[in-house]
Structures are given as C-alpha cells and as structure tokens.
Design a protein around this ligand. Structure first.
Ligand code: IPE
Ligand code: IPE
Ligand code: MG
Length: 241
C-alpha cells in the first residue's frame, strides 16, 4: 500500500551498473579501464534519462561492500567519480539536472566530499532530472539507522519512515519509490541497493556489460516497463469491483 508510488508521471529509474571489470578483462585490459568506460556510459545514460523525461535516476556507484575490494581499485574508483562530477557539473547546471549523493559520507576521502558538496550546491536549483549517485551506500545500513531513530516510537507510518530514510542517506525530500530497476552485467540480484524503495519496482536484467549500455538500451527498458501491468497487490482494473 505504498502511497509514494504514483505512476503515471515521471519515473524513478534505478540502475545497478555492473560488469565494468568483466568488460575490461574480456578485452585484455585492466579493471580500471572498465571503470573508465563505465563512467563514460554513466555520462551518456544520465543525459538520455533527462532527454526521455525520467524524473529521478538513482545510480549505484559504490556499495558499502565494495570496501572489500583492493585499495588500489577503491582509490581509482573514487578518483574517477570525483573527476566525473567535476567534468559534468556545468553541463548539469545548464540542463537543469540536480545531483544528490546518497549513502555515508564520513568514510569518503575529504577531497571527494568537498567536490560532492560543491556540485550539489551548484546544481541545487535544477528542476529537471533529479540525479542521485549512491556512494558508500548500503540499504540495510540505511534502514537500520532509520529504525534506531524511531526505537522509542511505538507506531510509525510508512510515509514517516520513508522520509526519515531519505534524510539519513541525504536523499532530500520526495525520494519516491523506484518504478524501474535495471541491472546490467547478467547478475540478477539487488546487492543491498534501495531495498525499501524497490518494494514494487519492475526489474529488468540486461546481459550487456555496463560500458556497452547506452541511450537506446535505456529507452528500450522504459518501453518494456510501460508494457508491464503494475497492480500493487490489487486486481487488474477490469476485474475490480
Ligand atoms: C560495477 O562493475 C562497478 C562497481 C562495482 C564500482 P564491477 O567492478 O562490479 O564489474 P564486474 O562485476 O567485476 O565485472
Ligand atoms: C553492485 O555490484 C554494486 C555496484 C554496481 C556499485 P557488485 O559487483 O559489487 O555486486 P556483487 O558483488 O556482484 O553482488
Ligand atoms: Mg560486479
């Protein structure tokens, strides 16, 4: 009975851009090259989402479990994210794209935190695509932190819980449920991404590695989404009553 899901209207699309490493290894290149190509794919897909009238786009860039990767890869990823945000900032301002970074901030390198703050501020007036990039993000941890804020409260509505959830991860107000979740790279799992917000998300799993994903793939996924009947536990329209 999630009242925060309100199609039709601009969609909330969430993406798990997986397969950078495999894409690079298949080409005899270091994993880092895959992440570089992955950043380029993110640039394309963010613009495509804005062109297609997507309302919210949330991209999983670094999970809290990704800290388990070798420090060299983690450092390279953060450097890439920082450069990517700096490169895109003025373009996003011009397009009305607003950036928010969700997840924990306290463990990120200070220099990256500073770039995040400046790009969030620069794009704050954006009324076009509401872009969220998840960094050091874990849905379980976010839910747990939200729950501890309410631990003395006996009754709490889903709406109030959802609003607090958005606050603990810096998502801002009006963080709607996910309508469409796309994961590339062939894996079919959520990997601790947006567990609360994906309660009724339609899921599309692509075998393409993330660096191969482009505007046409996003458009095709949205087209497929529109063919799927969403019922939210109710009967189909024609059988109701
Ligand atoms: C996804 O690609 C990007 C991040 C997790 C940062 P991977 O790095 O997981 O690529 P694969 O799954 O190893 O191919
Ligand atoms: C999920 O991908 C996280 C991101 C894309 C940032 P992973 O590659 O880390 O997920 P698992 O380990 O295959 O579940
Ligand atoms: Mg992966």
């Amino acid at each position: 009975m999630s009242l925060r899901s309100s199609p039709p209207g601009p969609l909330h699309v969430a993406i798990i851009p997986d397969g950078n490493g495999r894409w690079a290894i298949q080409r005899g290149r270091p994993r880092r090259a895959g992440h570089q190509a992955g950043a380029e794919a993110i640039r394309r897909v963010v613009d495509a989402a804005a062109d297609l009238g997507v309302g919210h786009l949330t991209l999983f860039a670094f999970s809290s479990d990704n800290w388990e990767r070798p420090p060299g890869e983690v450092d390279a990823l953060f450097a890439l994210v920082r450069q990517f945000m700096l490169d895109q900032a003025s373009h996003w301002v011009a397009r009305g794209t607003r950036l928010r970074v969700i997840g924990r901030r306290d463990r990120l390198p200070a220099i990256l935190r500073a770039v995040i703050a400046s790009v969030e501020e620069a794009t704050a007036e954006g009324r076009g695509l509401q872009l969220r990039i998840a960094l050091d993000y874990s849905a379980r941890e976010e839910i747990l932190r939200t729950a501890t804020r309410f631990y003395t409260t006996l009754e709490i509505s889903q709406e109030a819980f959802g609003e607090m959830l958005a606050r603990v991860s810096h998502a801002g107000e009006n963080f709607p449920d996910v309508d469409l979740l796309i994961r590339t790279g062939g894996e079919q799992r959520l990997s601790d991404f947006l567990l609360w917000e994906c309660a009724y998300a339609e899921m599309i799993f692509s075998k393409k590695m993330w660096p191969e994903f482009g505007a046409a793939d996003l458009e095709a996924a949205i087209r497929e989404y529109h063919t799927r009947p969403r019922r939210f536990g109710r009967l189909p329209e024609e059988k109701a009553g």
